[in-house]
Design a protein around this ligand. Sequence first.
Ligand code: HEC
Ligand code: HEC
Length: 348
Amino acid sequence: MIYKSLFIATTCILCLGAGVLAAEYDASNFSADGRKWQPVPTGHIPGKDNGAGKGTHNAGEDCGICHRPDGKAPVIFTIAGTVYEDRAGRKPLQGGEIIVQDREGHVISVTSNEVGNFWTQAPVSSNPYAIASHGGVTETLYYTDELGFHTADPEDTRTWQYKAWVKSGNHVRPMVTIAPIGGATDPSSRMSCNMHHAAMGSRGGLWGMGKNTLASYPPARLSFKKHILPIFRNKCVPCHIPGATLTRLVTQSDFEGEPLTQIDHSKSLDLVSYNGSSVTTGGTTWTKRGIKDMTAGYEDNPDASPVLAKTRRQADGSVIHGGGAFWSATDPDYRAIRKWIAEGAQDN
Ligand code: HEC
Ligand code: HEC
């Protein structure tokens, strides 16, 4: 009993800490919807949670296969992976920062080495409202204890949940989901970031995306196919794609909340096609608007078109887009899109 009340007191102190950290975000809105515009945490020392060692092997592979309880490697990590400069994964990103914040507000920061690898043993707090979902089956991981409090097994890695960001220079990419460390079914697994962000087949990784898509653009007469579509393909995937794009169910409110806190992370927007798309998977039809719907009619004021207005770094530093801020109005990619819209946003 004494132990129990001590635990509650500790939890409340942590809640207060998180409140000071970011007034809008506390334990109660820990869902994909609740956190969709959450700015990246600041004020910590970058790389403060870097794991010991050199860690230059198996870049792009799933570190969690070996670095888990009873795995081949002698050390167990909570979080590990590889980060690349862009989605193609050709060049590792050295000195990229992976920032993770758990439900209690703790910030974990790790930086990537010369092959893009990062790893840590920093603990991630357990979400007492965690659920696991896989293949249409939902498993409730929380239960109500004798005092009426929600709780979940803190040893179950599927309850270790976080929101994450990848930072390279000025560029910050948020992860849309609230993710668990453990895989869908195995309560002791360590799912490396590389598994889930497979940009290129089985080799995976996160990516930084600070670079321009093409080396240069013509000053006028831009082509949708040659200049503009490559930008959307590079920067707006994997979120704004055709077909199913719902965030995974991981918290009680995703599952039974009212309203549901699970989100369609494409917002019914397919930014890899000009006219939009309609795809049926598993009995559900996903009808999405295309690039045309977000650009046509803005010839006189391209900066106000949703593709630019939503994704631009705001003057006051705030983020108004679940996918993060991609550029400022002076960036070459941004200027190319702006020019193409001013020229009529044609499918040329
Ligand atoms: C196929 C299994 C396997 C995979 C996959 C794997 N490791 Fe390892 N790792 C090992 C083994 C075995 C050791 C211990 C032997 C050693 O020190 O080389 C080890 C040791 C380490 C060490 C401590 C020794 C050192 O190199 O400083 C680090 C750090 C590390 N791994 C990071 C990673 C990261 C990051 C990943 C994912 C990108 C990863 N590992 C993927 C098997 C693996
Ligand atoms: C990591 C995922 C992610 C990426 C990458 C991403 N977005 Fe989004 N986007 C979202 C989410 C989530 C929403 C819905 C929440 C919101 O409105 O911010 C959204 C909403 C939007 C909307 C609003 C649509 C509407 O009807 O209100 C626009 C426009 C948009 N994104 C444009 C872009 C463009 C352009 C890019 C690439 C430069 C991009 N997004 C990349 C996640 C992403």
